[in-house]
Design a protein around this ligand. Structure first.
Ligand code: ATP
Ligand code: MG
Length: 647
């Protein structure tokens, strides 16, 4: 890869010749999309198989309520499975599944078709009809994917709830979505031990009278309580079904799923996605952003299906493109810290997609761990979930990508359904830390509070100025909240993303974290992301979370929580001074943290997002807010124990 100096003095990375010369999409894609955006998306919809062609690409006559591919009919599961089998690819592996204890399952497209058909027949036998909501609360096992596709096949709306969530979190989602069925398991494996799921379901369902049945997959063989008449074993009910199922076709706007947001800033919102536009965009972005070659690549999104990234880039994107994927049940450090790299080596993974938080954890563990494995099959790397700090980008590039793999930093949200701002591996010269440019066919801007466009590096708000195919259609059951949250700040035609951003002179967009997280210190707006990246840039720091805590003199004062690298050069009290000075030198004296606390863990959501609002509660010495979407709520106690008395 050739490295050059950009005008800002940062390093940039040109697309490697090996990828650019045979990339799925070349530079012309931007011009084509700009020439006629709707024709461009119609062309991408044409990559799918439709039972009935649409009459109109977009109906935006009642903004912000969009209809895409109006009048078209398709079946999402047919597009993901059957058509590949019909085209003679039944033997191709769809998933190499790896259980945490080391057990494996290999599922090809023909087998997936049979399993999905059986599950679809079972759902129908249980009285589930098109439009009904089905909750899926499973570990990372193939039945999670089979269940999602079975719902799609019969037109039921799935609602996947992350297996790490509590009974309360599950109960509130069952209630909000009005679920009629819960698909769960006895348990799953996490950190080397079976972890029960069924008790949380029993608790949640006892409060949800709308749930008629609980379908239970046997995974860990743990003892479970059983409610006769309500609870059913997956093996009994699905096992005896026919693998023949003739699918029906549904309207392009038929609801596909509800996914609740992470709740980093507010109460989780039930985001509704529909069929035709959603599949069009996730399929095309998966193919273009990762340069996916169905006959050659082994694709791995190392994330949970209970997060939107899992929906779009473990399930719908890869399957619609006939990819061969890896799916892994467990945690990266079980039974050892090289588990991911062992999996890459074992299956010859060529494309890896994960979150910055995991990359920083690997940085903390040191580069010797991945160095012990053969990672030479990798050719493209991806990042999602939060801004990737330049230091983490460079580490990922050098130590995982061997200096040869482009890193595709993808900005998008549960609400956007698919990629929105990201480089393309065969086209874009990469700038570490920036998500760079809107995806072809997407229109994004950075604006000030009055909605005027900014392109001079000043901090503003990210907005999307045209509807896109995989956009959310509403918040489940709450159209008003949909309009208020996303389409009010700058009128009904402009989507307010809730993220701070800036655009540099080269046209690259830099994401600066949630608007709610932008700090105001003596009248200066400072982004949490920039201070965090500065801290992570210090050789002793692996991870940092920064919040603005109210301060009597400056409005807000910067409080940082840091996790140190295990091979750190420094530690102790002196380090705190060093780090404060490091940030002051790096960004300016105004950004010098008032307080820095060294901690072992940070509170995170299932997608690895730091819950800054909880750290703000701590920094301001308040009662903690809603913790139901934390992966591990004991982390907050660990942090509180370490705290000095609040200043
Ligand atoms: P809630 O809306 O309930 O607070 P959430 O927004 O954290 O939840 P998600 O939809 O999973 O839930 O996250 C989307 C957000 O993640 C984006 O708005 C952005 O802040 C951040 N994000 C995702 N990918 C990137 C990226 N590549 N660069 C910068 N930020 C990113
Ligand atoms: Mg959000």
């Amino acid at each position: 890869m050739t490295d050059t100096q950009s005008s800002t003095g940062d390093r940039t990375f040109a697309p490697p010749e090996a990828i650019a010369s045979r990339a799925n999409v070349g530079p012309a894609v931007y011009e084509e999309a700009a020439a006629d955006r709707l024709a461009f998306w119609a062309e991408q919809a044409g990559r799918l198989s439709w039972d009935r062609q649409w009459d109109e690409v977009l109906d935006w006559s009642n903004p912000p309520f969009a209809k895409w591919f109006v009048g078209g009919r398709l079946n999402v599961a047919y597009n993901c499975v059957d058509r590949h089998v019909e085209a003679g690819h039944g033997e191709q592996v769809a998933y190499h599944w790896e259980g945490e204890p080391g057990d494996t399952r290999t599922i090809n497209y023909a087998q997936l078709k049979d399993e999905v058909s059986k599950a679809a027949n079972a759902l129908t036998e249980l009285g589930v009809q098109a439009g009904d909501r089905v909750a899926i609360y499973l570990p990372m096992i193939p039945e999670a994917i089979i269940s999602m596709l079975a719902c799609a096949r019969i037109g039921a709306v799935h609602m996947v709830v992350f297996g790490g969530f509590s009974a309360d979190a599950l109960a509130s989602r069952l209630d909000d979505a009005g679920a009629v069925l819960v698909i769960t398991a006895d348990g799953g494996y996490r950190r080397g031990a079976p972890s029960a799921l069924k008790p949380a379901v029993d608790d949640a369902v006892s409060r949800s009278p709308g749930v008629r049945n609980v379908l239970v997959v046997k995974r860990t063989e743990q003892d479970v309580e059983w409610t006769e008449g309500r609870d059913l074993w997956w093996d009994d009910v699905v096992g005896r079904q026919s693998p023949e199922h003739t699918c029906e076709f549904f309207d392009a706007e038929h609801p596909l799923y509800i996914m609740y947001t992470s709740g980093t800033t507010a109460k989780p919102k039930g985001i509704l996605h529909t069929s035709g536009g959603y599949l069009t965009q996730v399929s095309f972005t998966h193919w273009a952003s990762f340069d996916l070659k169905p006959d050659e690549d082994v694709f791995w999104t190392a994330a949970d299906v209970g997060w939107v990234t899992g929906h779009s880039y473990i399930v719908y994107g890869p399957l619609s493109n006939r990819a061969t994927s890896v799916m892994y049940e467990g945690t990266p450090e079980t039974p050892h810290r090289g588990r991911w790299w062992e999996i890459v080596q074992k299956y010859g993974v060529t494309i890896l997609y994960t979150a910055p938080t995991v990359i920083r954890t690997f940085m903390k563990w040191g580069e010797d761990v991945p160095a012990g494995f053969d990672l030479s099959t990798l050719r493209v790397l991806g990042s999602v979930g939060e801004p990737i700090n330049p230091e983490a980008w460079l580490w990922y590039h050098a130590n995982i990508g061997g200096g040869r793999c482009p890193i595709v930093d993808t900005w998008w949200q549960t609400e956007t359904g698919g990629h929105m701002i990201n480089p393309l591996p065969g086209v874009t010269s990469l700038v570490p830390g920036s998500a760079q440019v809107p995806f072809p066919g997407i229109k994004a801007k950075v604006v000030d509070d009055e909605g005027n466009e900014l392109s001079d590096d000043s901090t503003g708000l990210l907005v999307l100025t045209e509807p896109w195919p995989s956009m959310l259609r509403t918040i489940w059951g709450d159209d008003d909240r949909y309009v208020d949250t996303y389409w009010s700040r700058f009128g009904k035609n402009v989507y307010f993303a809730g993220d701070g951003a800036k655009k540099d002179a080269d046209g690259n967009i830099w994401l600066l974290g949630r608007v709610d997280d932008v700090m105001n210190v003596s009248g200066h707006r400072i982004s949490t992301t920039e201070v965090e990246s500065s801290l992570v840039g210090h050789p002793s720091v692996a991870e940092a979370a920064v919040v603005g805590a109210s301060d009597p003199t400056t409005g807000q004062g910067i409080v940082a929580f840091v996790i140190l690298r295990e091979s750190g050069v420094d530690s102790g009290d002196e380090l705190v001074q060093t780090l404060r000075n490091h940030v002051a030198r790096d960004i300016g004296p105004i950004a010098k943290p008032r307080q820095i606390m060294v901690v072992q863990e940070l509170p995170k959501t299932r997608s690895g997002k730091i819950m800054r609002r909880l750290l703000r509660d701590i920094a301001e010495n308040r009662e903690l807010g809603d913790v139901t979407t934390l992966t591990d709520s004991s982390v907050m106690n660990l942090i509180k124990e370490k705290l000095p008395a609040a200043p």
